[in-house]
Design a protein around this ligand. Sequence first.
Ligand code: HEC
Length: 290
Amino acid sequence: MIRILAALAGLVFAGVALLAFVMGAYNFATEDAVHSPEHEFHLEAHGPEGGFQFEGPLGTWDIAQLQRGYKVYKEVCSACHSLRYVAFRDLAELGYSEAQVKAEAATWMVPGIDPNTGEAIMVPGIPTDYFPSPYPNKVAAAAANNNAIPPDLSLMTKARHHGTDYVYSLLTGYTDPATFEKDGKRLLEEFPDFSTPPGLHFNPYFANLNLAMTPPLGVEGQVTFDDGTTATVPQMSKDVAAFLTWTAEPKLIERKQTGWPVILFLLFATVLAYFAKRQIWADVKPKKKD
Ligand code: HEC
């Protein structure tokens, strides 16, 4: 009885798997090839030349870069984007002393209350406060940005494919749709109807090629870096992309570094297991063939 049930269950399972496969193959074979500007002219994100210091199994943060990236966020991006999962005290990880963090927090205005009247007012931040949103609410955010709400940037590099490279590509990727080509094909020759609606901006790295963000980094020297690094657009983009990688995964480096002892331990355990096996089986003679 049990055998029959088991065989039946197996048959049903195999039948469903086969059906799913046939249906999938049918859909794949009959689907029209998509022919749209978003499909054919979207560019894959790529990182800056030389990549980032935190990449690879032995990567480390470039603290000076994170500090520069923070400055770009503060002076440019924070006008529209919040960073609501990051607290001022977290900046201590970027090499700032306690006093510096305190002073830095106080340069930001955060929502608070008037101690005398209880009215909602803005007050200087303290280290335990989180980065404030530039808009009081979503309606105000949308109204100021052509109906698009600038997303929170804390986890942005995790929310997009190849997030760090994506932020870098997006910031450096604004271009003129009239002359844009990919693989030798001109966008406007392939799709003469393609247009960028008023209030939107053409950027081939954005999924639908037109986005509501005005190019935020446009001129060299828009931010003055304290360490003397020349603030070219690619440099600022790279630094802010690194900073946003840190905000999304502050423990990235620790996570990589924990991997090494674990691998060493596993190797050691494997060697031990090998010797233990030899010891246990030492007395058992292989059977001789007659
Ligand atoms: C003037 C306001 C403004 C400034 C300044 C600004 N942004 Fe934006 N940003 C927007 C808006 C609006 C959107 C939403 C765009 C859309 O969905 O079409 C956006 C979207 C984004 C996105 C998400 C794109 C996606 O895939 O959904 C990223 C990443 C981003 N901004 C990064 C930055 C960085 C980094 C800076 C600072 C260098 C910055 N922005 C400065 C308004 C701004």
